[in-house]
Design a protein around this ligand. Structure first.
Ligand SMILES: [Zn+2]
Length: 300
């Protein structure tokens, strides 16, 4: 009899355990947010992302399969309407408001205003938020903590594992920040401009400061006036870098790099093409730091 009761109790405990552990449908908007979720849910869940790192969030358009993914999601972590405007209507509707977490709006998140294209000056900020918030490591840590809290209440059985994963991720981000500070101490910046002004959060985090940028959005049209003013600030320095994302931008930035002492550098705000970047957030930070430092070293 005692044996039977013991067996029944064991079965009950097992059943209780399996009913509270939940397979969650976790969805993110862009690859860096997915990378944070991959770390927080490691060994427990399999998050998916709507926008791969090869697609610009500025140009993303919803497909029917994306809408199905959103409908089936238990929770969606996104960067809000400034970063992924294509998702705004759906995720801000009453239907999804309770399961869509706008990371940009969380308490303590670093929010910077858009810088106008051209040569920056302190009073020239355009209206609106700069949406590239994922490039501040402190923002990533705030979001990872919020993800851990949310997922722990959706799936309390695994709360301890989420917490342990969070601690590992925060540690990995802090280590990356340390490596990057060392890198910039060893290879200090030269004066530089960039084609697309996507890196304000990274630059603010690491004490870098560009002279200007050709476009504030991914809009590829650059005015002659902007290019002329950037040429002028570049000509004042003997060795400089011009940062672009890809060959298309490099071609458009050609009038800026045609003088001796101007080097072309490569920066990818979503880390597309970089190994591990879809799953490892610190890899994105390291790849940007390498992109800057490689050009600084060349130009010096
Ligand atoms: Zn951008």
């Amino acid at each position: 009899m005692l044996r039977r009761i013991t067996f029944l109790l064991a079965a009950l405990i097992l059943a209780a355990g399996t009913t509270t552990a939940r397979d969650l449908n976790i969805v993110s908007d862009i690859a860096p947010i997915n990378a944070l979720l991959q770390a927080v849910t490691q060994g427990i869940q399999t998050p998916v992302t709507l926008i791969k790192s090869s697609v610009s969030p500025h140009d993303f358009a919803l497909k029917p399969s994306d809408i199905r993914t959103i409908e089936q999601a238990d929770v969606i972590f996104w960067l809000g309407p400034d970063a992924t405007p294509a998702l705004a209507k759906l995720l801000q509707s009453d239907r999804f408001a309770d399961k869509a977490v706008n990371l940009a709006a969380l308490d303590g998140v670093m929010q910077l205003g858009l810088r106008k294209a051209g040569v920056f000056s302190s009073d020239s900020a355009a209206d609106g938020l700069d949406p590239h918030m994922w490039l501040a490591p402190e923002n990533a840590k705030i979001w990872a903590k919020a993800m851990t809290g949310n997922l722990s209440s959706n799936d309390p059985q695994n709360a301890e594992t989420y917490q342990a994963n969070l601690a590992n991720l925060v540690d990995a981000i802090d280590q990356a920040v340390g490596r990057i500070r060392t890198r910039f101490a060893q290879t200090p910046p030269v004066p530089y401009v960039q084609f697309h002004d996507a890196f304000q959060y990274f630059e603010t985090s690491f004490g870098l400061s560009p002279l200007g940028a050709a476009t504030s959005e991914d809009d590829e049209s650059t005015s002659f006036g902007t290019i002329a003013s950037l040429r002028q600030v570049l000509s004042a320095a003997p060795s400089t870098c011009v940062f672009v994302r890809d060959d298309i931008q490099a071609k458009r930035a050609a009038p800026l790099t045609d003088a001796t002492g101007r080097k072309t550098g490569w920066l990818k705000p979503l880390g597309n093409g970089i190994a591990d970047v879809e799953t490892t957030y610190p890899a994105l930070l390291d790849s940007l730091a390498k992109g800057y430092a490689d050009c600084f070293a060349l130009a010096r």
